[in-house]
Design a protein around this ligand. Structure first.
Ligand code: GLA
Length: 424
């Protein structure tokens, strides 16, 4: 009897799955959910674009992978190695895409195997239009074929760009690729790169794991006029994040573009850029030459306590609580798991600044996202400076007003604290 009911149940399951398969076949664009669990915290890794543009090849990628392991970057959480534009070869007669075998003589599958053997995941790049931005073949009309090839190769991440997409509906185009990835059967992180042109934060949650919020970043902190007109400086990108924090959270992140740390800004600017991106729950995708990088760059990228702010399980993007000194100093707060807060004092001006901290001026509730409160009037927090690594006392009001803490924040730099409630 028991045996018969098990067989009956098995037949029923088989029939249901055949029916839904048949339905899928009738409607290949039937909505399929994105892969869940791939983006509980913002993605971390390295991408080839900011430093190398289309000058990529197997040797560079393998050397980069080796460095990621040797320097402890993989252990620190940088697990994706993403090929950006420039890996494509030709499509074959059936329309399947192939890698450029001159650049990648062992092929994409072998590269994926190599990376996987080192605990690294392979990312790849394509475009919703006829061509990529560097004019290689785009995925328009080949979405299911391309997703199938990526899955066959062992790809783990797709950045999907928005060049050559005249008259294409963005939500439709990105949903189509999401469905194709889902159908291909391999969990692949889906990163939309639509530059914020069609407010992807309003509809991206269902479609992808992250969405670019702006045009392209450049290794320039301010608008000093020396960078290409199509790209943006760090300060402009930062300001363009206003109002977007409520859209981000586990599974779906705002993406203010890849890191420019180590690509020519000053150490202070690199530190500020990295800190602010960590506070914003931005993807931490390194964009520099890992084989030739300075000690200072390495120390920034490998600061595990700063990375921990970005990867905090609460996944709440920081808020700019207030500005002081005519907008020169910005105070950013990020609620963390366990009642902790990250506090960043950012000096965006050209002069070094000093600020006398009275924590009572920072009592507030994050009504927009987390509903958590800073409680400096009732709770005492221990202060740790995450860039010097030093404990700096507590937030308790000193008995003598003259002993209140004055913080020095150099131009284009940050002071970054982690505050933890002092246990009774
Ligand atoms: C666009 C994207 C960049 C990069 C290039 C590649 O500009 O926004 O991040 O991927 O294309 O061509």
């Amino acid at each position: 009897m028991k045996k018969i009911s098990i067989i009956a149940a098995a037949i029923a399951i088989l029939m249901v799955s055949q029916v839904s398969d048949a339905q899928d076949r009738r409607r290949p664009d039937a909505p399929l959910p994105k892969w869940e669990g791939l983006a509980d915290t913002p993605q971390m890794g390295w991408s080839s674009w900011n430093k190398f543009q289309t000058e990529i090849n197997e040797k560079l990628i393998k050397e980069t992978a080796d460095q990621m392991v040797e320097l402890g970057l993989v252990d620190a959480g940088y697990v994706y190695l993403n090929l950006d534009d420039g890996w494509h070869g030709e499509r074959d007669e059936q329309g399947f895409v192939h890698e450029d075998l001159e650049k990648f003589p062992s092929g994409m599958k072998a590269l994926a195997d190599y990376l996987h053997s080192k605990g690294i995941k392979l990312g790849i790049y394509s475009d919703a239009g006829t061509n990529t931005c560097a004019c290689y073949t785009g995925s328009l009309g080949h979405e299911y074929q391309d997703a199938y090839m990526y899955a066959q190769w062992g790809v783990d991440y797709l950045k999907y760009d928005w060049c050559y997409t005249n008259n294409i509906d963005p939500k439709g185009a990105y949903t189509l690729m999401r469905n194709a990835l889902r159908k291909a059967g391999r969990p692949i992180f889906f990163s939309m790169c639509e530059w914020g042109s069609n407010k992807p934060w309003e509809w991206g949650n269902e479609v992808a794991n992250s969405w670019r919020t702006t045009g392209d970043i450049s290794a320039h902190f301010t608008r000093d006029g020396k960078y290409p007109s199509y790209s943006l400086c760090i300060l402009d990108i930062l300001d363009m994040q206003a109002g977007l924090r409520k859209y981000a959270g586990p599974g779906h992140w705002n993406d203010p573009d890849m890191l420019e740390v180590g690509n020519g800004m000053s150490v202070a600017e690199d530190r500020a850029h990295f800190t602010l991106w960590a506070m914003l729950c931005a993807p931490l995708l390194m964009g520099n030459d890992l084989v030739h990088m300075s000690q200072e760059t390495r120390a920034i990228l490998l600061n595990k306590e700063v990375i921990a702010l970005n990867q905090d399980p609460l996944g709440v993007q920081a808020l700019k609580y207030k500005t002081e000194q005519d907008g020169a100093l910005e105070f950013w707060f990020k609620p963390l798991e366990g009642g902790d807060w990250a506090v960043c004092i950012f000096n965006r001006s050209e002069q070094d600044r000093e600020y006398l901290i009275d924590w009572r001026n920072f009592c507030f509730t994050d009504t927009e996202v987390s509903n958590l409160s800073t409680s400096f009037d009732t709770v005492v927090y221990r202060i740790k400076n995450l860039w010097t690594g030093k404990e700096e006392g507590t937030t308790a009001l000193p008995k003598n007003y003259n002993k209140m803490k004055t913080v020095k924040v150099p131009s284009h730099d940050v002071v970054l604290y982690r505050l933890s409630p002092v246990s009774e």
